[in-house]
Design a protein around this ligand. Structure first.
Ligand SMILES: [Zn+2]
Length: 87
């Protein structure tokens, strides 16, 4: 018998741990541009533990977005995290 969850589980792209959707940060990649998920398109998730280890996260993100622009991604990621904590 499959176990029943109240909320769907999503997987963090960096550490591959599963958690409920509301605990993960949902991001998307459009034309190799990283941003918070805006409601359409492909999305992926990052957990709060991985967000503290940006070096590790960047690798996973660049793989997802098929990009090599590490510095750009690093800046965008910082902005996203700061924005997310404000709201
Ligand atoms: Zn993670």
């Amino acid at each position: 018998m499959a176990k029943k969850f109240n909320q769907p589980l999503r997987m963090c792209i960096s550490c591959r741990q599963r958690d409920t959707q509301n605990k993960l940060l949902r991001l998307q990649c459009e034309n190799s541009q990283l941003s918070l998920f805006r409601g359409t398109g492909r999305s992926f998730y990052l957990c709060e533990f991985c967000l503290k280890d940006q070096k590790k996260v960047l690798k996973a993100l660049m793989r997802q977005c098929k990009s090599n622009e590490k510095d750009k991604f690093s800046n965008i990621l910082k902005e996203i995290i700061t924005d997310d904590r404000k709201s």
